[in-house]
Ligand binder design. Sequence first.
Ligand code: F0G
Length: 467
Amino acid sequence: MSEDRAYQCCINPDCAATFGIDEALFACPRCGDLLDVLYEWDRLPVPSRLAQFEEAWGRRAEPLAFSGVWRFRALLPFVEPRHVVSIGEGQTLLQPSERVARYVGLKPGRLYLQYEGLNPSGSFKDNGMTACLSHARLVGARRAACASTGNTSASLALFCAAAGWPSPIVFVGSGKIAYGKLSQALEYGALTLQIVGDFDDAMRQVQAASKQLGLYLANSLNPFRLEGQKTIMYRVLEGLRWEVPDWIVVPGGNLGNSSAFGKAWHELLQLGLVPRVPRLAIINAAGANTLYTLYHERGVRWNDGRPDRKAIEAYYEELDRARIRATTVASAIEINRPVNLKKALRALAVCDGVVRQATDQEILDAKAQVGAGGLGCEPASAASVAGVKQLVSEGIIAPDDRVVCILTGHLLKDPVATVAYHGTDQKQFDSVLGSRGVRRATFANRPVVVANDLEEIIRAIQLYALR
Ligand code: F0G
C-alpha cells in the first residue's frame, strides 16, 4: 500500500497524460477528458485469491477492517490508512429475493438484491464519499462541494459533519430532490444552494464555482469517488462466496456506478482474481434516457477510447434546441448530461453490456415488488428490477441466470412517491405520478381509514385481514 504507486491518467488514448495523486484535478488539464486512478500493480501487494479478504472478517474492531470499502483496500491502494475518513460505510448485504425473482421471471434462487440503502446515509454514495474525502484529506483540501439529485449531497453532508470538517456546499435543483435527501443535507449542516434549474444546471454551476473558489469537487467526475464504488462489486462477490454472477444490473444516472463497476471487473480480470466478468445492464429512466438513445439510436460505442464525439454533441444540441429536460419520478436519475458517459461506454465494452430504459410505471411497480419482498428502495433503484423484467421477457437474460440488482437507495429517501402510489388521495397521485404518465398503482397496499371506535376497528381487521 503506497501513495507513490498510484497515479491519475487521462482516459483519452490520444492524450493519456498522467498526474500524481496528490493533485485535485477533476478533469484532464491537457484535454479536459475524464481521469482514472491507476496502479502499478506489480509493485503492490495484491492477494492471490479473493478469499484472502475473509481474513479481515475476524478483525472488526479495526475501523479499516470493519469498513465495507476499506477491507478491500488492497484493490484501491491510493491512500495510506492515516488519511482515511471512514464512518463504517459499506455494511451492506446481498440477499436473494424469491418474490422479485418470480416477478421478473427468473427461477427461484437466481435473483439477488445488493442493498446499498443500508449505508450510513442510506445510499451507495457513501462507498464513493469515503474514498474521495480520504483523497481530499491527502491533498489537504479545505472545503468540498457537489451538485446532486439528493443522495450525493446527503452523503457528503453526513461525512463532513461526522469528520468535523467545514460544512460542504451542495448544489441541488430547486424542487427536484426528494424530501428524505433534502432533510439530510439540511440537518447535517450543508450550505444548500437550491438552483432554479435542474441537476444538469447544478452540475455545470458547481464545476465553474469550484474552479473559481478552489473547492474540492465530490461528484463522480472525481475519479477517487469511483475507486470507492468499485467495492460494491467486491461485496457482491463476497456475498456469492467469490463466484462471479451472470449479470449485474444497475440504474444509470450520472453513470458513476456503472463506470466504477466496469473498472472493478476489468482490474479483477487483469489481476487474475476472477476467471470471467459478468454482463452489465444499465437501466435509464425513459424520461432521462441519454445513454439509451446514444447507444441504441445513434450507435455510440466506447470504440477503444474514441467514441463518436460529434454524435454526442449533436444529441445535446438537439436537446437544447427542443428545450427537452430530463423528467422522471425517479428523481435520483433525472439527468440528461451524464458526466461519466465515456467511462460507462467503456464499462459496457468490458462487460459485454446492454442498455435499457424503464418507464415510471414500470419503475414504481417494480419498486412495490421490492418492498413487498422485504427490503425496500427508492424509485431509481427499482429501475434495475424493471430492467431485468424486460431483459428476461426479451430472452436476453435466461431464467436460470444468476442476476444481481443494485438497490442504490433506501425506501425512506422518497416517501412522497411511495405514499402517492399506495395512498387513496387521487389528487396526490395525479400530481406526483399521473403527471409522469403513471396510470395505475398496480400493487397498491391501500391504507384503511377507520373511526376511532373499537367495534369498527375490529370489523375493519376482520374484513381486511382475517377473511
Ligand atoms: N440510484 C440512486 C439512488 C442515486 O442517487 C443515483 C445517483 C443513481 C442511482 C444513479 O447513479 O449517477 O452513478 O449513474 N444520484 C446522484 C446524486 C446523481 O446526486 O445523488 P449514477
